[in-house]
Design a protein around this ligand. Structure first.
Ligand code: SAH
Length: 364
């Protein structure tokens, strides 16, 4: 992208919206075991004794086992399951940061698209950052995924298997939190996202309050969070508090401008009882000026949101650098002085290009 500050053209916006509304762009040809609900599994196992359904369901969905690992069922059944259902993800590469805390995996999907998933181990929790699409149609200029464009939505199984990978990789630490902040716009793949979340809370046992979904601000989908009183955390990638700058950075702003977003955040708060948070990647000289502090404080207060500042991570297609650590702190202080609850996100895994905005579908 040559000029990151170029105005979004109406053609570009049309392209974004068209892709986002494509219902089934090249999904996997064949369902995986994790795509089946209990009824579907029971139908597949109709020739087996009734108790097999519960046994296989628990092994696959709760314990995250592969058919080969279910030693409590006969070998013939293991083979039958293996032959009928493909693995949703095929690991291509895995890297761990020098401090050992961050592990990033590159997976290849049916059809050849690739995604990345990141596990972050903190002292008191382990969090997985899950991808919801291969690539992304939202075209945010400073994000590596946005620079590369959209490939396709992920299936429920492809989403869930990332969580199972993280559980296995975190072991013996317990996987405690899930953030839908990997590749893709989760709210553009909403039905599969909701189904995956429901399955995570019921089968994997990670509560809705330990799950956060991040969005560029897709208002109609946010309204569904409100209507369904979803208890997962909602994070909105704001990055600018006036419409001109936000449209440059996050093109969907042209469709859903800031005033509409504020109203929707208030609706989510009113219906779910949960405040949204605003993410703000700090870009030197672009959105870290004193005027940004006062504009942002006004918007955050109007939306009743708390704020998470993200030091900008380098991406190949965006020339501007991040704000200095000093400026990030001053910016946070400025917001707090204006009555906004602001925190600074700690950067993890930037040495393996696993930090916010650095996920791209290529092997490095
Ligand atoms: N599409 C969703 C989910 C991705 S979350 C969304 O945009 O919210 C990834 C977060 O990292 C978003 O807040 C995104 O704006 C932010 N981000 C993107 N590029 C970044 C970069 N280069 N440095 C820091 N944060 C970045």
């Amino acid at each position: 992208m040559s000029d990151p500050h170029a105005e979004v053209s109406s053609d570009q916006l049309k392209r974004i919206l068209k892709i986002q509304e494509t219902p089934r762009a090249a999904m996997p040809e064949q369902a995986s075991l994790l795509d089946l609900d209990r009824q579907g599994l029971a139908a597949f196992l109709s020739d087996e004794p009734r108790f097999r359904t519960d046994q296989v369901w628990t092994a696959i969905n709760e314990k995250g086992l592969q058919p080969d690992e279910i030693t409590s069922i006969p070998l013939t059944l293991r083979t039958k399951l293996n032959e009928a259902f493909p693995q949703p993800l095929d690991m291509v590469a895995q890297q761990t940061s020098s401090d050992g805390r961050t592990t990033k995996s590159l997976f290849s999907l049916d059809g050849g698209a690739q995604i990345e998933t990141v596990l972050m181990r903190y002292d008191e929790r382990a969090t997985v950052c899950v991808s919801s699409q291969a690539g992304c149609a939202m075209a945010c200029s400073f994000c590596a995924t946005g620079q590369a464009g959209f490939e396709r939505h992920l299936s429920v199984a492809e989403i869930l298997e990332q969580v199972h990978w993280a559980k296995r990789t975190a072991d013996p630490q317990r996987l405690s939190n899930i953030v839908f902040m990997g590749m893709g716009e989760p709210l553009a793949n909403l039905d599969r996202l909701f189904e995956a979340i429901d399955r995570i809370t019921t089968d994997i046992g990670i509560g809705a309050r330990k799950i956060t979904v991040s969005t560029v601000g897709m208002v109609p989908a946010m309204e569904r969070f409100a209507a369904e009183k979803r208890q997962v955390g909602l994070a909105v990638s704001l990055h600018a508090a006036n419409d001109d700058l936000r449209t440059e950075l996050v093109p969907i702003n042209k469709r859903h401008p800031i005033a509409e977003l504020i109203e929707t955040c208030r609706l989510v708060r009113a219906k779910t009882g949960r405040r949204v948070s605003f993410e703000w990647a700090m870009i030197g000289g672009v959105n870290d000026r004193d005027s940004d502090i006062s504009e942002f404080a006004r918007v955050a207060k109007a939306a009743d949101a708390h704020v998470n500042l993200i030091p900008l991570n380098d991406t190949p297609g965006y020339p501007t650098t991040g704000s200095s650590p000093q400026r990030v702190k001053e910016f946070a202080r400025g917001l707090r002085e204006r009555g906004v609850n602001a925190t600074i996100r700690s950067t993890m895994g930037d040495d393996i290009d696993a930090a916010c905005g650095q996920l791209a579908n290529r092997d490095r």
